[in-house]
Write a protein that binds this ligand. Sequence first.
Ligand SMILES: [Zn+2]
Length: 317
Amino acid sequence: MKVGLDVGGTKTDAVAVDDGGAIAGRIRIPTGWGPDAVAQTVVDAVGALAAEAGVDLAEVRSVGVGIPGQIEPGTGRVVHAVNLGVEALDLAEAVAPRLGVPVRVENDVKAAALGAHALHRASGAAAPASMAYLNLGTGVAAGIVADGRLWRGARGTAGEVGHISIDPHGPLCRCGQRGCIEAFAGGGAVAERWRHRSALPVRDVFDAADAGDPSARRLREDLARGVAAAVRVLVLTADVDIVVLGGGVTALGDRLMTDVAAELSASAEASPFMRSLRLAERVELLPPGSLAAALGAALVGAEGDATHDTEEALVHG
Ligand SMILES: [Zn+2]
């Protein structure tokens, strides 16, 4: 049995995965704020799996944690997890002695990529040799899975497509550049540019655009342009079989997918080369409520197991 956690800004999901890959238990608890409270959340979540979901902790061999921050390569140390009030925290070191099993920590989007890949395989569809998971949340980032493994790159930056600038005169991005994909397609950037207070700003933008509001239409077009650009980048650099879209913005479902498909089709019309890539057919939506990040974190946590090769354990363990 392996446990995976998805530590989010407000809530933490935990799953226990049995040796056959099936989810044997799942719970959700609120996430604490700051380094100590985040570490406590991880310990509490594992405890809640036993108390609320009947998971036998004696059978748990590893814990993996997906967290929204940068992970220093080869360590369990998370830095710049601003949504959690964490500047730097050696999370693995803080919780492993309390849990009594090996703990591995991964960026949440990368963990979700691994989870999305596992879900795709389990769905009975033809297993893609490679895929990218494009997370459209407050920010925009992707994780790439090749031959069933996360491709992290030399410094863990592989897949950070949100900060590729597609317009030097575009809106200022929080990273300091102009016209980043994230400045067009990030939920946070859309909310900021919309300037109307709302609990669901991106949905509001889509509704206002449908009602004919010109500034909402522009934001909606920009969002689709940003997502389509990210899809093109992922296919043209890594030639992934499919790009799976997930994250809060994808709650818009078909309304978003229709816009993105139209953007991709427009570039295909202008170019026989782009047409040959059949991009619109290679984009899929992650099923809502799929727990991909927690599931992927469980797989990350078990990466040092004998079922994986030594080199992988050495590089990422
Ligand atoms: Zn940027």
